[in-house]
Design a protein around this ligand. Structure first.
Ligand code: SAH
Ligand code: SF4
Ligand code: F3S
Length: 484
């Protein structure tokens, strides 16, 4: 019989809400003269950008530190996705103000999406800030810091159509030494009506596939065993020699286009022992070619993060998502057909979007149930200045209603996660070990192909190795088993 362990407590959900995600730089001691403390908020893209920032500044005489009190330079790499994300940063700046009073020479910079959204306004609103740099301006940081050193304030929020930081090899700040993130594109051209990202990150552009494969190969040689390819909409990845390198093309006869399926294949071929993941897929753009490529390579993980946002077609249309409920369900059916029932599926959901009624909310609940998500990131709608929704629609669902609906979808997801995990009991799964379990050093922790956390007694194995685990029990967030 299926065994369910409810109160074993080494177990946390596979991931946390984007809201609560904060990353702090690690200690680096290469004898540099100044110390950079960098705190990152928001999505994986931002965490990945902080690694680019650290790399750029390393060359300029900065080591990173995890202790803000030791820092000469404090950077907050910020997120604007919801109002709460910006409030968190403003509170943090108030705290840092206290530090600056004791250490007036401390340089305080705001990077990322909030910097891009507010630009020079940030300098007026937050007096403590010396430097403001948007996501495409990081190469300019040494110059901007120089300006601050001269006693001026410094701002660069120029958005580029080309910048991909392709040649910069990121300093891995938050790595377990096993998994790493690789940015494959920047920006977003989708204009979902609720979303601030197209305004803060600019136009979509893809990175040269050779530099992506090069980075993956280098990581593999350094002992990494998993890469996650990152983009706001990975399915629209497209690299064309014609558009991107006219000079090189003169020597070539044909235009070669690399799409996302081709890129996945290129990265998968780096080594069969390198796992490949990716995020985020878009329901309107994910192709059968991508699904067949995932099926073809054992090392491309069977897990797709496919945000639905809502289960109701009228709301989806207002959100400008470019698909209906039926289209979404048909894509999920195709995923199940090509990749099988065990393929991990997760989503993002927004409750209480403008004019959403109870029936439409129930459509979201029923979509979740029909799909049977393994996991979801769930939010209530937060109006963002300047977005299409802020201009066109009234944010008219009362906060209590948004929160109650959020609560209902969270409860639904907990139920679904548990029932999906129960289906794994009795199966033998290949797990990549990421380290010891956070709650018990006798246990190792890793992930299966579907991205679920698996915990098992660690006998003579270490991180970075693959093991086969027989799943014997579970909670809603974790599978528990033994090596076979
Ligand atoms: N590119 C990804 C999403 C990036 S933002 C995609 O298209 O799915 C991450 C998630 O934040 C979104 O999927 C959405 O669920 C949520 N989000 C974005 N804007 C929001 C807003 N204004 N209020 C609440 N949640 C929002
Ligand atoms: Fe935002 Fe939509 Fe682009 Fe995702 S696809 S980043 S939700 S505009
Ligand atoms: Fe936030 Fe910008 Fe990412 S708004 S979610 S940090 S792209």
């Amino acid at each position: 019989m299926n065994k369910l362990i409810e109160n074993i407590d080494f177990l946390s959900p596979a991931d946390t809400d984007v809201n609560e995600n904060i990353r702090i730089s690690l200690d680096q001691n290469t004898g540099k003269s100044r110390k950079l403390y960098i705190e990152s908020y928001g999505c994986q893209m931002n965490f990945s950008d902080s690694e680019i920032v650290a790399s750029i500044l390393q060359k300029e005489g900065f080591d990173t530190t995890s202790d803000i009190n030791e820092a000469d330079l404090v950077f907050l790499n910020t997120c604007s996705i919801r109002e709460k994300a910006e409030q968190t940063v403003r509170h943090r700046l108030t705290h840092i103000n206290g530090l600056k009073k004791k250490k007036p020479e401390l340089v305080v910079g705001v990077l990322g999406c909030m910097a891009e959204r507010l630009k020079t306004k940030l300098l007026e609103e937050e007096k403590i800030v010396d430097l403001v740099a948007g996501p495409d301006a990081y190469r300019d940081l040494p110059q901007l810091i120089g300006q601050v050193d001269e006693g001026d304030k410094a701002v660069n929020t120029f958005l580029s159509r080309e910048e991909t930081y392709a040649d910069i090899s990121p300093v891995r700040l938050n790595s377990n030494g096993v998994s790493a993130f690789i940015s494959i594109m920047r920006g977003c051209d989708n204009m979902c009506s609720f979303c601030v990202v197209p305004f803060t990150r600019g136009r979509e552009r893809s990175r040269d596939p050779q530099s992506i494969v090069g980075e993956a190969t280098d990581l593999f040689h350094r002992g990494f065993r998993e890469v996650t390819l990152l983009g706001q909409n990975v399915d629209s990845y497209k690299w064309s020699e014609v558009e991107n390198n006219k000079a090189r093309l003169e020597k070539k006869e044909v235009d070669s286009i690399v799409n996302f399926a081709n890129l996945l294949e290129l990265v998968a071929k780096v080594s069969p022992d390198l796992r490949v993941r990716f995020s985020t897929s878009h329901p309107k753009d994910i192709t059968d070619e991508v699904l067949y490529t995932i099926a073809k390579y054992e090392n491309i993980c069977d897990y797709i993060h496919l945000p639905a946002q809502s289960g109701n077609s009228r709301i989806l249309e207002m959100m400008n998502r470019g698909y209906t409920r039926e289209w979404y369900l048909q894509r999920v059916a195709k995923i199940r057909e090509i990749l099988g029932k065990d393929c991990g599926l997760s989503s993002d959901m927004i409750t209480g979007f403008c004019s959403e009624n109870e029936d439409e909310h129930r459509d979201t609940l029923s979509l979740m149930e029909l799909v049977g998500y393994d996991y979801s990131y769930m939010f209530h709608y937060s109006e963002r200045p300047g977005t299409l929704a802020a201009k066109k629609f009234k944010d008219d669902v009362p906060l209590e209603v948004k929160k109650r609906r959020l609560d209902e979808i969270i409860k639904m997801q907990s139920r679904l996660s548990l029932s999906r995990n129960l289906l794994d009991i009795g199966k033998i799964q290949k797990v990549l070990i990421e380290g010891t379990s956070k709650k018990s050093s006798d246990y190792l922790q890793g992930r299966n192909s579907a991205n679920k956390v698996v915990v098992f007694p660690g006998e003579n194995k270490k991180k970075g190795e693959y093991v086969h685990v027989l799943i014997e029990s579970c909670t809603g967030g974790t599978l528990i088993g033994k090596q076979v």
